[in-house]
Ligand binder design. Structure first.
Ligand SMILES: NC(=O)c1ccc[n+]([C@@H]2O[C@H](COP(=O)([O-])OP(=O)(O)OC[C@H]3O[C@@H](n4cnc5c(N)ncnc54)[C@H](O)[C@@H]3O)[C@@H](O)[C@H]2O)c1
Length: 253
């Protein structure tokens, strides 16, 4: 077990990639705090982890609520004495080009995709500094390194996640803290529903992926979880400020 006794916080872990990341960390011996705005989803992830003999607890909150996030992290620090791993994963896709996107949707994207990562990292940093170690992974996207058709709120925020990751990594390496960004490509989770609707339905997205992704298929959440495990474990111990793109080759072409 490569994460034995580490305390890991994963946001957006009630579904999809975050859930698979939480499960793989628990499989490797971490105690995982499953953060999700849906209590039911968070508890389902905890139940699935417990059923396999892992250790986890649910922390139902909206990560854009500063007070709830701050109280939740303070409580984890009080009860567990520290946080070794923070995976800032919760994020949203809001469709639209410059003129089409709702301004409120742009603001919502910023607050969830960027500001909530910033706040959570800021809240865990004093304890990681005191420990002289810690790992933060911020979920960006292949859209953080690519143009994405008529998705200005999403690409802007996901590019910003990469800038923020590099900045945090440079500033905190001297404390033994590593910060990297994860850029998944197409993963079949409920998250993509706005883009699928914008494209005109399921068959359009399937055709798009066959054509645009050199491997010609979606990633599974378990394939992305393997990359998360690499980033949060000592297997990436000399890696900080980097962008791990896991996209079936989409960004190659
Ligand atoms: N699925 C993809 O193709 C893909 C590709 C690249 C990047 N991503 C990134 O992955 C993340 C989404 O993960 P997923 O695809 O597994 O999605 P998902 O929809 O399966 O899961 C997202 C989870 O986040 C939770 N959540 C949403 N807003 C929240 C909030 N404000 N506070 C707390 N929890 C919240 C939801 O309740 C849900 O359980 C986003 O950051 C997204 O940018 C996804």
């Amino acid at each position: 077990m490569i994460l034995k006794d580490r305390v890991a916080v994963v946001t957006g872990a009630g579904s999809g990639i975050g859930q698979a990341g939480a499960a793989i960390m628990a499989r490797e011996g971490a105690h995982v705090i499953v953060v999700d705005r849906s209590r039911k989803a968070a508890e389902a992830t905890v139940g699935a982890i417990a059923a396999k003999g892992g250790s986890a607890e649910a922390l139902p909150l909206d990560v854009t609520d500063d007070v709830a996030l701050s109280d939740g992290i303070a409580d984890i620090l009080y009860r567990h004495g520290g946080i070794d791993i923070l995976h800032n994963h919760a994020g949203a896709q809001v469709a639209g080009d410059l003129e089409g996107v709702e301004v409120a949707g742009f603001d919502r994207s910023w607050s969830l995709n960027v500001r909530a990562h910033f706040m959570a990292a800021r809240l865990v940093m004093p304890s990681m500094k005191a420990a002289g170690s810690g790992v933060i992974v911020n979920t960006s996207s292949s859209s953080g390194v690519l143009y994405d058709r008529e998705m200005i709120a999403y690409t802007t925020t996901k590019h910003a996640v990469i800038a923020m990751t590099r900045q945090m990594a440079g500033d905190y390496a001297k404390y033994g803290i590593r910060v990297n960004a994860l850029c998944p490509g197409w993963v079949d989770t409920p998250f993509n529903e706005p883009f699928i609707a914008q494209m005109g339905g399921r068959s359009a997205i399937e055709a798009y992926i066959r054509e645009k992704v050199p491997l010609g298929r979606w990633a599974s959440v378990d394939e992305i979880a393997e990359s998360i495990l690499f980033l949060v474990s000592d297997r990436s111990s000399y890696m900080t400020g980097q962008i791990l793109v896991v996209d079936g080759g989409e960004t190659v072409v």
